[in-house]
Write a protein that binds this ligand. Sequence first.
Ligand code: GUN
Length: 292
Amino acid sequence: MTPVLIDGKEVAASVRARLSGEIEELKKQGKTPGLAVVLVGEDPASQVYVASKVKACAELGLYSQKWALPADTTQQELVELIHKLNADDRIHGILVQSPPPPHIDEEAVILNIDPRKDVDGFHPANVAKLVLEDESGFVPCTPMGCMELLKAYGIETAGKHAVVIGRSMIVGKPMANLLVAKNANATVTIAHSRTQNLPELCRSADIIVAAVGRPEMVTADYVKEGAVVLDVGINRIADASRPRGYRIVGDVNFEAVKEKCSYITPVPGGVGPMTISMLMANTVKACRQQLV
Ligand code: GUN
């Protein structure tokens, strides 16, 4: 079977085109959506992600602030910054890049973000809204991007069996909630490191969402003929033949799996580009909600 390659770059660009109209409208009303991105420490991958988020804001004409704090920033200093950003009228969305250094209690930090500015959808108030299917809340950007890809390619979810591999609060759990919601109607299994017979379980899936952070773990053995495979993984693996000394691979062994599935996201160029477009969408939504 020759699969359809899901083009995340193209879908992400069409989301941004739609957003730019909305941003123009907001600007006519004297409001420019604003995002604050906070990075603690010098993790190289996080530095790249944060730079991409700030660049996307500039390209769309959004106001942004980048806060790059030293690795020894205390919990209290970080929380004080969050409170300052909560009170700043130019800022409609606040994002603290994950993971922070180990001495920072991430959950406690998130509790300090005003839920109306929580464009990551990590605050318990927004987690509850997702579970309650209350669309006024914010949904984490990566799973929201996955749903947007399914929609863009007309992939049916109703009545389908979706297996989500991974139970993180950033991807796995919100992804499962989105798929089981009444506007998607999938039957969902969440798999994790203690799941037994994972390949066999995955072979019963019409849709597989791989979000475990283990390079190329999903092999052909996991995939039923004709399944849809979304690969959320972004893993750096050593590769001396590359100028940087590494290359990026997903959680799916693309070459082995592509022969069996109907649709598949490549890495890079699949789910990745969607995450930032969804962040922009959440920032615009936050701005609109804060107008009233
Ligand atoms: N680290 C990896 N993905 C994300 C994300 O979507 N939001 C934040 N804040 N940190 C991340």
